[in-house]
Design a protein around this ligand. Sequence first.
Ligand code: SF4
Length: 417
Amino acid sequence: MIHRRPTRKVTLGDAAHGFVSIGGDAPVSVQTMTAGYTHEIDKCIAEIHKLAAAGADIVRVAVPEKKDTAALKEIIPAVKVPIVADVHFHFQRALEAIEAGVHKIRLNPGNINDRAQVKDVIQACKARKLPIRIGVNEGSIVERKDKQKRLKELGGVFSDDKHGHFLAIMITKLEEYLEIFHEEDFHDIVISAKSIDPLLVISAYQEISKRFDYPLHLGVTHAGPKETGTIRSVVPLGHLLASGIGDTVRISYANDSVYEVQDGLELMYILGLRDRIGAELIACPTCGRIQVDLYTLTQDVRKKLAAEIKLPIKVAVMGCIVNGPGEAEGADVAIFAGDRRGIIYVQGEKVANVPEEEILDRLLKECRDFEDKIRRGEAKLGEKKVAILPPDPIGELGSGWEKIEKDKRGTRLPVVK
Ligand code: SF4
């Protein structure tokens, strides 16, 4: 059980888009950002719909130009999820986005730092009760306009303590920026301190969480392609969340943002921070004992479950009898494969023994039937009825117990006890 750090709570949204709270006792929300141009209105609306359907609680859009903030007037009424405007360089874009009905603003102290301009944005948000995220990204905190100041700030980069140097700049800039908000008595604030360096991300959020009680938006900036970005993101975010730090997350990949949402939600599920929606899939990695095409089967099962099952049914796809029976006992619905066949179990009871080409359809049918039984109150998730004890049904598969027993001497197959 994770004990989350107490924070203030901010709320964004409205009746038409739903309300999402960040911090306090609110569940950790998952957000993402559109990849297309905001001024391409129809495409932007379609992308927001797609991300919301994938489970995004909040969607952020970039508004670099006036035509983007103008587009928000048509986009916001057409979508059903709270929208955040990501503002860089031009405080006017923030004011226009607020006027267009956006639900939250993101400001970067690295490029919108004129006190009077920031105060204008704060007052506009205050009037409409909109929260503001202050995002101190490593990549944009170093001074850009004043060359002398920039050289001084960059000086530490060439020292031995680059990490501590950037951390110090991040905290200093954040404190300076927060002063402006405090002068306006504005506290509907969310803070982020992203970096491409996962260790700096951990240190930055740990330090900020000690100093401020504002909710924190976690993220690793420019984490790269999904193949490597997953590890780069999930290591620091998982570490922080497991220690109770973090109130909303955005995983960022150079890929379709749907993956960001899916992985963000999975991170919440496995940490027990959100109730799972949809099936949980367990699958074996396969090894030299495999006698069916388990990779294809697992991918097909994953896609079908995502499309068809809404309740958190635990499904196991196991390649053989070595771990198969144990997992079949723990899962609600399970298949363990043998010699071009698969035996299917529902809560410990064997319901089918089918050839490989029928496994997918039969497994899905059993999942759908089991979901219906739960909805009718005839079954309960996670309830195990019958223990599966070898050697039954392993002999039925032609690759199991009998074969192992027979080959026990002088073979590479393990002796299963
Ligand atoms: S379940 Fe069987 S096939 Fe899959 S990894 Fe374990 S031993 Fe190998």
